[in-house]
Design a protein around this ligand. Structure first.
Ligand code: ZN
Length: 273
């Protein structure tokens, strides 16, 4: 691996998280993609500039101007990224006017979900600057939830699924988002995700997969694991013909109070309708 590229220390965590996604069976074939925003001091000097042709972005991402992204390449497999990250992860710099990006090193064909990643990262710089990591993947039990008609309402979805295990809502007091069907890789999907991610850390994409965000890639993975566990409980109960009512509201509120999360819980979905 190029010595300078190998110096980007979050690269090891990037590869490790991809390996886990492959192990979990959440990123079949070429499914899923990840990005991580880097600070200036995380990029070695020889990799700071690029003379490659700028590629225009579908929308301006001015908050990202001059910032660097590590992002997975189009058609790459999670299981390969784990062993050969320099082949499958690319380093890019967003132009000073936020209108385009330039490839610097590694994989030079970014994922088709690049617009979603750029729009969500742009929103983070504006409103949640400590959030830098995005994972999009295809967890089977979460995709299955998007087939349940009543879960089209994200509040109904969140109250049911995150009420099935006592720590799930503590981890995600704002609940889970659920976007209507959008064509994979479309600008519409990116725009809706960037709007929803102002309020939530995990979003389901109807009939497609999940988007999870965090301060690091491991943080984003943690939250996906929490939701996937709750979904597994849901499908286990459904398979056994048992009710899925979950925790008593009184117990849930007691837990939220104990962890100081009542405000966040009560504000969830107040932004909707
Ligand atoms: Zn996908």
């Amino acid at each position: 691996m190029n010595d300078n590229f190998a110096e980007i220390y979050p690269l090891d965590e990037f590869a490790e998280v991809c390996e886990w996604l492959a192990f979990k069976g959440w990123s079949e074939a070429e499914g899923g993609n990840l990005s991580l925003r880097l600070e200036q001091d995380q990029v070695p000097d020889p990799l700071k500039e690029s003379d490659t042709e700028p590629v225009k972005l579908p929308l301006n991402v001015k908050e990202l101007a001059g910032k660097y992204l590590l992002i997975t390449g189009s058609g790459t497999r999670s299981r390969d990224i784990a062993t050969e990250p320099q082949n499958d992860i690319g380093l890019y710099r967003i132009s000073d006017d936020g209108a385009s990006y330039q490839w610097i090193f590694g994989n030079d064909k970014p994922t088709s979900e690049m617009p979603s990643h750029c729009l969500v990262q742009n929103e983070f710089v504006k409103s949640r600057p400590d959030y830098k990591a995005i994972i999009h993947t295809h967890p089977t039990k979460l995709i299955s939830l998007t087939h349940v008609a009543e879960f089209k309402d994200p509040k109904v979805l969140s109250d049911c699924i995150l009420g099935l295990q006592s720590e799930a809502r503590i981890q995600l007091p704002e609940g889970i988002g659920h976007l209507p069907f959008c064509v994979p890789g479309s600008l519409e999907l990116g725009l809706l995700s960037a709007e929803e991610i102002k309020h939530r850390n995990v979003i389901l994409w109807n009939m497609h997969g999940a988007l999870s965000v965090g301060t690091s890639l491991n943080h984003a993975l943690d939250q996906l694991e929490v939701v996937e566990k709750a979904a597994e409980i849901y499908w286990t109960l459904r398979s056994a013909g048992l009710p899925t009512g979950g925790m008593e509201q009184e117990d849930l509120l007691k837990s939220m109070d104990f962890f100081g999360r009542v405000d966040r819980y009560e504000k969830a979905f107040k932004d909707k309708k």
